[in-house]
Ligand binder design. Sequence first.
Ligand SMILES: Cc1cc2nc3c(=O)[nH]c(=O)nc-3n(C[C@H](O)[C@H](O)[C@H](O)COP(=O)(O)OP(=O)(O)OC[C@H]3O[C@@H](n4cnc5c(N)ncnc54)[C@H](O)[C@@H]3O)c2cc1C
Length: 483
Amino acid sequence: MPAAPQFAISDLVRELRAIVGPDGVLASESELLAYECDGYTLQRNPPTAVVLPRTTEQVVAVVNLCRRENLPIIPRGAGTSLSGGVLAVDGGVMITLTRMNRLLHLDVRNRRVLVEAGCVNAWVTREASPFGLCYAPDPSSQPACTIGGNIATNSGGPHTLKHGVTTNHVLGFEIVLPDGQVHWLGATPDGCEDVEGYDLRGAAIGCEGMFGIVTRALLRLTPAAVAHKTFLGVFDTVDEASQTVSDIIAAGIVPGALEMMDQLITRALEEAYHFGFPLDAGALLIIELDGLPDGIAAQSTVIEAICHRNGAREVRVAKDDAERAALWKCRKRAFGAIGRLSPNYVTQDGVVPRSQLPVIMRFIRETSERCGLRIPNVFHAGDGNIHPLILYDERDPGQVQRALAAGHDILDKCIELGGSVTGEHGIGVEKIDFMAKQFSTDDLDAMRTLRRVFDPEQRCNPHKMFPGSKRCADFAPRKQAAA
Ligand SMILES: Cc1cc2nc3c(=O)[nH]c(=O)nc-3n(C[C@H](O)[C@H](O)[C@H](O)COP(=O)(O)OP(=O)(O)OC[C@H]3O[C@@H](n4cnc5c(N)ncnc54)[C@H](O)[C@@H]3O)c2cc1C
């Protein structure tokens, strides 16, 4: 583990400025405030300095400086992580890729695109769409999050149910290892896509910034769907909507997207965006079919029948592209609407087998009543990937404790139901305690061994993921919640 810095911060800043220029280093208290946490705000700690490189060479020079001084390195994209993945637990140099954001080469013929790691996810589809192509992984944070962050967390999104998550669409990438070496993993931009040997590309996707800094990536582009049909299923209860999700998949239909929203989040969304959602519905399902028109027509009949069999009071169809876009805008901005309900919230990210959705949704309701905190839900139901949003007010320490306790109870239940403690947001600092519950000691040792292949000194994004990691001093541990 990294030792405390041995030399003055002013010397560090001077040397970093010599590498990236005077405007590429942030080190004052006020500048570092924006970097003391990501979307998981329950733990905070500023890095020693933030550096904003513009080239891979600059990243290498910064990494070599950190190696010389035995400083932690924290890779960062847009900071939209919801699990504390970019928390500088022990200070260190935060390497932020947001200035390396260019789309370098769009290869329409081969359906590939080369981007810098700080390129924003949504920009890729924006540039590819005039050619009938898209970049399929579409996290709801896509107007902000970066390709580097997506690779580090193996991001999913509403449409990855059918089209696959990040690892299915990243052909290869450049990574700067913590010892300053630069490697390409997987297909190179000028090579063929079949790479022999171990799939180190696959091994490094989802490493949560603990293997090195991703600087460029070669992405697969997918033909955009010829047609869409988007349904809004209106149900009186969450149980009916959950059963519908289970039945659609059991019928052999994999929609492009299958998302659920409960009453609390629907009301907040309606107040914020005025879509026309029914405010008295217990739950809404967004079901989107995509592909060729003939296939969509056949599947539509089955979907509508399943919805009605499970008690849907209404199944609306988006009447045109504008209405479809408005519906997705609401869904993808759902977390933003939470500000209308509460000053703070923590987003949980668990997975259960789809057949267990009614059980986990009931459990969340009971947990909400037990903890005295409201917990709206908006999530990737087709994947069984729940996102309960636990609302609290950080000015009330009791609420903070109860929010933490509620999150723990829900994740414990996910494991008990045969699921997992993360579907897409990663472990970060938030879910370290669950690793030993979900994995055996042998599993964890194997993961640590793999990490040491890339980062023998464990200086890259330290104190994440593994049990025994250091915590921030202000972290409120679970056992206090029970006291
Ligand atoms: C409103 C909202 C909606 C969201 N919806 C989704 C969703 O639908 N699906 C989903 O999967 N996630 C979602 N997220 C979570 C988050 O957006 C994703 O995890 C995203 O991939 C993070 O990208 P980022 O650029 O913000 O990375 P950061 O938050 O900056 O970093 C995330 C992790 O990646 C590492 N990292 C970042 N850049 C690099 C790099 N260049 N090299 C190596 N490591 C790096 C960091 O060290 C950290 O561990 C959502 C978040 C918000 C706030």
